[in-house]
Design a protein around this ligand. Structure first.
Ligand code: C2E
Ligand code: MG
Ligand code: MG
Ligand code: MG
Length: 285
């Protein structure tokens, strides 16, 4: 009996595995060519200063609307894309679309000084040639490098190669702001953070969410903020959903915030409304 039960458990496990493998394959086959078919788009979420709520930038987040699978969240397709090599296609789209959007906002005189659009770059794309690729996209769109910020995930710090630091150094020298996402969730060491040319750290939204109820989470937030300050970096808290969280982060010395309390990720037209509301806008560039 026990043996039978054991066998059926194994059988179920196999079935689960096969189903999830099939789902990934299905996702992958639909994702292939999605950019070329116009199924990808970018939405933008405001990043604001914590003291006065003024927008200082937006983060571009990728959306996939598949005619077959419907709208698929990035948490489901980015990993598949990274594993299957499709991330290059997506990354190319994100870079081209974000720089074109900057150009449109700039032409409309909508961008306040120092306002930047941040894109997420997968660790897989961060290898020799990324800096050149970004330079080409920025040139093609005709926008200043300062308008495009680059967000990297902490996963990258697990083994920062000299090649990676080299590309990052070039991007920064060109004028791009470099941000480190998911900070505090991974295994990066202090020394690797200090060695990388990063300007901004983002406090992971898991810590922000736990802050009110979990003193250790608040301790982590505090430590990250202090570390950022020591290293001369700006700190952005992610996933700020309530006024209490915003106030606590402000008290702890956090500079900037992003989250539903300030605004959800929205299509570009809604960012335009926000920018107009925050006028007078100084035309730059
Ligand atoms: P991320 O870079 O940490 O982006 C922030 C995520 O938090 C976004 O989820 C955003 O919609 C969500 N968020 C923002 N404010 C709040 C809040 O107040 N509460 C909650 N619960 N969530 C909030 P999204 O858009 O689903 O993206 C998920 C992840 O997928 C991103 O996490 C990023 O790692 C990845 N991703 C998204 N777009 C791209 C892209 O263009 N390229 C790459 N490589 N990765 C991307
Ligand atoms: Mg991000
Ligand atoms: Mg991220
Ligand atoms: Mg994050």
């Amino acid at each position: 009996r026990a043996k039978e039960a054991g066998r059926s458990a194994v059988h179920l496990y196999d079935e689960d595995l096969r189903n999830s493998a099939l789902r990934r394959l299905e996702l992958e086959s639909h994702l292939r060519g999605a950019a070329g078919r116009g199924e990808l788009s970018l939405v933008y979420q405001p990043i604001v200063t914590l003291d006065d709520g003024r927008p200082v930038g937006v983060e571009a987040l990728c959306r996939w609307n598949s005619p077959v699978l419907g709208s698929v969240p990035p948490d489901r397709f980015i990993q598949v894309a990274e594993d299957s090599g499709l991330i290059d296609e997506i990354g190319d789209f994100v870079l081209a679309e974000a720089t074109r959007q900057i150009a449109r906002w700039q032409a409309g005189g909508l961008l306040p000084p120092r306002f930047a659009v941040t894109i997420n770059v997968s660790p897989i794309m961060l290898r020799a040639g990324l800096a050149a690729q970004v330079r080409d996209a920025v040139e093609l769109a005709g926008v200043p490098a300062e308008r495009l910020a680059i967000e990297l995930t902490e996963r990258l710090l697990i083994s920062p190669t000299t090649e990676v630091s080299d590309e990052l150094g070039q991007l920064r020298a060109a004028g791009h702001t470099l941000m480190l996402d998911d900070f505090g969730t991974g295994y990066s060491s202090l020394s690797s953070l200090a060695r990388l040319p990063v300007d901004v750290v983002k406090v992971d939204r898991g810590f922000v969410a736990a802050m009110g109820s979990d003193r250790r989470a608040e301790g982590v937030v505090q430590a990250v903020l202090r570390l950022a300050q020591t290293l001369g970096m700006v700190a952005v808290a992610e996933g700020v959903e309530t006024g209490e969280q915003a106030q606590r982060l402000l008290d702890l010395g956090c500079d900037r915030a992003q989250g539903w309390f300030y605004g959800r990720p929205v299509p570009p037209a809604e960012i335009e409304t926000l920018l107009r509301a925050h006028g007078p806008v100084h035309v730059v560039g």
